[in-house]
Ligand binder design. Structure first.
Ligand SMILES: Cc1ncc(C[n+]2csc(CCOP(=O)(O)OP(=O)(O)O)c2C)c(N)n1
Length: 807
């Protein structure tokens, strides 16, 4: 027998213990490989739509799983099935349930059938949307497909450990952290390291000194494109040497590497490398090289098209499981026959799991298929179209499409055929169809927003209260007073951003608060908008309440992708399994020039569904929105009005309680001729125009929508329109942006077109960017005279005699 290996696995030192663990790892690697092979077959035979698998990475991921503890977090990508099986984050049966898009979260807990296969997530929330004890589980944030995006929130998952370790006021949060000992594990493919967000995340982690462990699965390609076109010097760890940890700066990360087929090498790399990450919060890269991809990139194509014969042969030889098998035999832990037995067992086990998952998926669909056909039979019997309906029924029965779409199509067809028949049987089918539609709307439409008791929509309005003694302050001072109250009241709240810590932000809304609450509560960051938001997402996933600041609205575009692809769809893509109540704070609309006074509201609301978008007209309203959102468990974007920080406002006596409700417009001026719907800085422009319109006997009703997402949930604007029968939507986005969105909601969604006596109008900024200077602004954005003229033209159209054109 060969000498006992020197490495110890999880502290097990006897050869027998070690052997047991190795063989169990071998078994798991084989099960995972079989899941890939069978998964691919399921797609190619039409039972699933698309498949992407983790074959070739099995051994490395088993090694990584050995150092992953309860309370830790993963932020990874679609190749990590073996890691998910090894940690219990997923089972093989759940893996197949996701491949089939099973919508039952008990069977497909990662996404309830919403994400394609290999997109993992554990359920951090209970059925009521409350946090579970994250320290009792091995956790993974919910995967997304855009490559490298997982790096952005990874920074936040790791940063939370820093806060939990260094901010003593968080000591009570035992279900989220044990003194910040949790490591955030990232995984990424080698080619995706070419993305800017990878480098931004690496730099942020190095600067912040946080426990982030990034594993790179380097298979030499990004789909068909080899490394030489992806990464300088063809290897990311060659490129990253400049980031290497330096004790002098106490910054940087440690870089480790091993071969993807070398089981003992991988195990010792992770065991040795993780200690300084966990204990000293020094981030690390684990560059796993010479990884294979035996089945190619995905079910969309075959790798024979772009890999050379030599490469394919090399991949066969250096398959990590074959190499592990050879190694086990060479270490005399098992014979080839014994290992063959394990392989056979794995194959049978995976087949069994696949069949069970399929049965679980298909049974309820079959039942619905049968229910529909029974109802068809009743209609066929009682009506005049027996033959046609029986044909539809027969074709539904024989359909090879195992889905609800074919059922819905057949129901629709039968109702079309039997239109005009008023039988009980037809009524029964209509009833069935309504329930079917409702069930599917829940299956595919729930949880865009929080459905918990802490939903922002449940937070009741508290109006500001004033007295004779109420002080009059600059708007920024009102905000500053609110933030002071908020930081004092909840240790989970922290704020990060450019110039936000020491300076208290560029407009002084948080001035002097760092002095009072310390630099862990109010923290300056580098200029890196995407990871500022990512820091928020990751920390919010770990129970904190981040306020992350984007210095100017115009620079939100740097973080647009991550807010849209990650934050906005988090609750949705996990079917309510995860939440990240981040507040994104920014200021905008009106400063100077092209990049400080943009108002890309249409861009934002069209890509942020799932994040509330608040557009307060002053700082009291802004404070009220912060309060509402901080009491809720939802993410929001709050856009402060840049030109209102120095406008005078009365400080409410009840500032700590003021809550502005979401989706509730406020009528600021009542009137009878025209309703003007607007928000933010345009409120004052409308006010000034209304004063002039009053002089020519035109009475306007001014409505501040207050939030764009959600929009006017009680149809307050419709009620105004019923009275005035004329309407203008005003904002400073481009034409067809948020003004068109508001119009669609009022006229189409709420049916406002019925009450129009004049053409509905939108007045927005010009199509071009806002030019610099007073005149640049005046002629680029809607101004008071424009509003006057537009409203006057509406009145002229309706009564030219009374309102003759004079301008
Ligand atoms: C932002 C983005 N661009 C393109 C794609 C399409 N795409 C999916 S996977 C992939 C290659 C990724 O290669 P690598 O990072 O090496 O990971 P691997 O799949 O090889 O493990 C590409 C280009 C994507 N998902 N996201």
């Amino acid at each position: 027998m060969k000498k006992q290996s020197k490495i110890s696995v999880n502290g097990k030192n006897t050869f027998e213990d070690y052997k047991k663990e190795v063989l169990s790892d071998f078994k798991l690697a084989n099960e995972s490989r079989q899941a890939s092979i069978l998964g691919r077959k399921e797609v190619l035979t039409g039972k699933a739509k698309f498949g992407i698998f983790g074959d070739g990475k099995e051994v490395a991921q088993i090694a990584m799983a050995k150092v992953f503890r309860k309370g830790d977090f993963r932020s990874g990508y679609y190749r990590d099935q073996t890691f998910a099986f090894a940690t219990g984050i997923s089972t093989i049966k759940e893996f197949f349930a996701q491949l089939y898009a099973d919508t039952d979260v008990r069977l497909e807990p990662a996404s309830g059938g919403r994400s394609m296969n290999g997109h993992f997530a554990n359920r951090l929330l209970d059925d009521e949307g409350n946090w579970k004890n994250l320290m009792d589980m091995k956790n993974t944030s919910a995967d997304i497909s855009p490559t490298a995006s997982q790096m952005i929130r990874l920074v936040g998952l790791a940063y939370a450990s820093k806060l939990y370790r260094e901010n003593r006021t968080l000591d009570g949060m035992k279900s989220f952290s044990d003194n910040g000992n949790e490591v955030a594990f990232g995984t990424i493919g080698n080619a995706s390291c070419a993305e800017g967000m990878f480098f931004e995340a690496m730099n942020a982690a190095a600067v912040l000194r946080i426990p982030m462990a990034v594993s790179i699965w380097d298979n030499g390609f990004g789909i068909s494109v080899p490394s030489k076109y992806q990464i300088a010097k063809e290897s990311i760890s060659n490129v990253l040497v400049g980031f290497e940890y330096d004790e002098k700066f106490r910054q940087g990360f440690k870089i480790h590497s091993a071969k993807g087929w070398d089981y003992p090498g991988l195990v010792s790399m992770y065991e040795n490398g993780i200690t300084s990450v966990r204990e000293d919060h020094i981030p690390a890269i684990f560059d796993v090289q010479e990884v294979t991809q035996p089945q190619g990139h995905s079910t969309s194509g075959s790798h024979e098209r772009y890999k050379t014969k030599e490469r394919l042969e090399w991949e066969k030889e250096f398959c990590c499981i074959s190499q592990m098998k050879k190694w086990i035999i060479s270490e005399a832990m098992a014979t080839e026959e014994e290992l063959n037995e394990i392989e056979k067992y794995a194959k049978d086990y995976v087949k069994k799991m696949q069949l069970e998952a399929w049965q679980d998926y298909i049974d309820p669909i079959k039942k619905e298929n049968e229910e529909a056909r029974n109802l068809f039979a009743e209609i066929a019997k009682s009506g005049n179209h027996e033959k046609e309906i029986n044909a539809v029924s027969e074709s539904l029965k024989k359909s090879l499409d195992n889905n609800r779409k074919v059922i819905s199509e057949a129901v629709h067809e039968v109702l079309m055929i039997s239109s005009g028949e008023n039988s009980d049987a037809v009524e029964k089918l209509k009833e069935w169809k309504n329930k079917f539609k409702k069930d599917n709307s829940k299956r595919y439409g729930s949880h865009l927003f929080s459905e918990s008791a802490e939903s922002a929509l449940n937070i009741k309005e508290v109006k500001p209260v004033y007295s004779e003694d109420s002080k009059v302050l600059d708007g920024r001072e009102v905000l500053n007073a609110f933030f002071d109250i908020a930081f004092a009241g909840d240790p989970r709240i922290f704020a990060i951003g450019e110039d936000l810590g020491f300076l208290g932000d560029v407009n002084q809304g948080m001035a002097k608060l760092q002095e009072k609450y310390g630099d862990l509560r109010l923290t300056d960051t580098g200029i890196r908008e995407a990871t500022i938001v990512g820091q928020g997402i990751g920390c919010a996933l770990r129970g904190l309440k981040p306020i992350v600041e984007i210095q100017y609205l115009d620079y939100l575009l740097y973080a647009l992708q991550i807010i849209s692809d990650d934050l906005a769809c988090l609750q949705y893509r996990t079917a309510g399994g995860q939440k990240a109540p981040v507040i994104i704070r920014t200021r905008g609309h009106r400063l100077e020039g092209i990049w400080h006074s943009g108002s890309p509201m249409g861009t934002i609301i069209n890509s942020f569904r799932g994040v509330h978008v608040c557009v307060p007209r002053d700082m009291t309203r802004a404070a009220g929105f912060y309060n509402t959102i901080l009491k809720s468990d939802e993410p929001a974007l709050i856009i402060e009005r840049l030109n209102a920080y120095r406008l005078k406002e009365q400080l409410p006596d009840n500032l700590s309680e003021v809550c502005v409700p979401l989706g509730v417009p406020e009528i600021l001026i009542t009137g009878t001729d025209v309703t003007i719907v607007t928000y933010g800085a345009c409120v004052d422009i409308a006010k000034s125009a209304i004063e002039k319109l009053n002089k020519v006997n035109i009475s306007c009703e001014l409505i501040d929508v207050q939030t764009l997402l959600p929009f006017d949930i009680n149809k307050i604007i419709l009620e105004s329109l019923k009275k005035t029968n004329r309407i203008l939507f005003l904002d400073e986005d481009v034409p067809g942006g948020a003004s068109a969105y508001m119009m669609q909601n009022v006229l189409d969604r709420d049916g406002g077109y019925r009450y129009l006596d004049s053409d509905p109008k939108c007045l927005a900024a010009k199509e071009h960017r806002p030019a610099y200077g007073t005149d640049g602004d005046y002629f680029s954005k809607p101004n008071s005279e424009d509003v006057f003229e537009t409203v006057y033209e509406i009145m002229n159209e309706s009564d030219p005699k009374k309102y003759p054109l004079f301008l």
